[in-house]
Design a protein around this ligand. Structure first.
Ligand code: AVI
Length: 319
């Protein structure tokens, strides 16, 4: 069983939330759109393609850490009974952990995609017959209600992919604090964090030669056209990815290539030439920087692993 609000009602709520955020974001002096809207069905497909691109190292590096160090990572978590994954998607990385957590009996993936959860449940329950999969359809940034039966159980959280980087440091600290409350007492969290590195490598990862990331970014305007009766001319905008050294983040934007107007959700918006719509930030951290944020959220730093090239890190945090 997958529990959540009625699908049709949820869909209506999603569309009106999308409309409100688009109108608010495009009415600001510095236009922006929340990055969570990049992931409709088409956006999620394009993101899957991004993760396989030669320039996009985070997925490969995190897999390398998880496969090479799986025994070591899981060794400290022998008594974990419940694994909670935040924004689980396809759960491919999780299988590496599930295979080695000896006392694990329950896996709770939290994701907004009901389809991804349904597929994951079927696949994981057939691969691990002793495991119960109890998905929650929800936005993982909002506090979820975990099953009462695991209130006292030892819980491990899993938050891979460096999705934490898509939040500002202040938001990241608040999110980590919420996760700590959910997983306490005796809880721990394994979290993927992309590391600071050469800015050329970083910008290439977010502006690939094939143009998949550009298509992913521009799909946001296509989504507005599809869902909010929008009139964006996609040829009038281009993708941009810039590393802001001072903030330590990649910023993705859509740049208007001319003076133009577009309709969205019944409103008209004007864009001057070169005006930018900010669509996503992806913060990069050093290991001490990330540990400071985790400490602000009340976590104690545990072990940390890096891939061979030192591009990506996996942190263990203890409640
Ligand atoms: C999902 N998130 C961690 C990706 C990132 O690297 O910030 C999103 C992404 N955007 C463009 N490429 C990948």
């Amino acid at each position: 069983m997958i529990g959540s609000a009625q699908p049709a009602r949820r869909r209506e709520e999603e569309v009106s939330d999308f409309a409100a955020c688009v109108v608010r974001g495009l009415s600001k002096a510095r236009k922006s759109l929340p990055c969570r809207f990049l992931y409709d069905a088409r956006g999620s497909e394009l993101f899957e393609e991004i993760t396989a691109l030669p320039e996009y190292y985070p997925t490969r590096c995190e897999f390398e850490i998880l496969t090479d160090r799986a025994e070591e990572i899981s060794s400290g978590h022998d008594s974990v009974a419940a694994l909670v994954e935040f924004g689980s998607g396809s759960c491919r990385k999780t299988e590496i952990l599930i295979e080695r957590l000896r006392a694990l009996s329950l896996y709770i993936p939290i994701d907004i995609s009901r389809d991804a959860l349904r597929q994951a449940k079927t696949r994981l329950e057939s691969r691990f017959p002793q495991l119960r999969v109890s998905p929650i359809v929800a936005d993982f940034t909002r506090p979820a209600l975990l099953p009462e039966e695991i209130t006292r159980a030892v819980k491990l959280g899993f938050f891979p992919g460096s999705t934490i980087g898509n939040f500002t440091p202040a938001q990241a600290a608040a999110l980590l604090a919420m996760m700590r409350r959910l997983l306490s007492p005796q809880g721990a969290l394994i979290i993927g964090v992309d590391l600071k590195k050469d800015s050329k490598l970083l910008t290439r990862a977010y502006d690939d030669a094939e143009g998949v990331t550009a298509a992913f970014n521009l799909n946001l305007l296509a989504r507005i056209n599809r869902e909010l009766d929008g009139s964006f001319d996609l040829r009038g905008f281009r993708h941009e990815a810039v590393y802001d050294c001072a903030k330590g983040c990649i910023e993705m934007r859509l740049v208007s290539m001319k003076d133009q107007t577009a309709m969205a959700a019944g409103r008209r918006f004007h864009f001057v030439a070169d005006e930018r719509i900010h669509t996503e930030s992806s913060y990069k951290y050093t290991i001490p920087e990330f540990r400071r944020i985790a400490a602000l959220a009340g976590w104690k730093a545990g072990r940390v692993w890096k891939d061979m090239a030192g591009c990506f890190s996996l942190h263990e945090l203890v409640a």
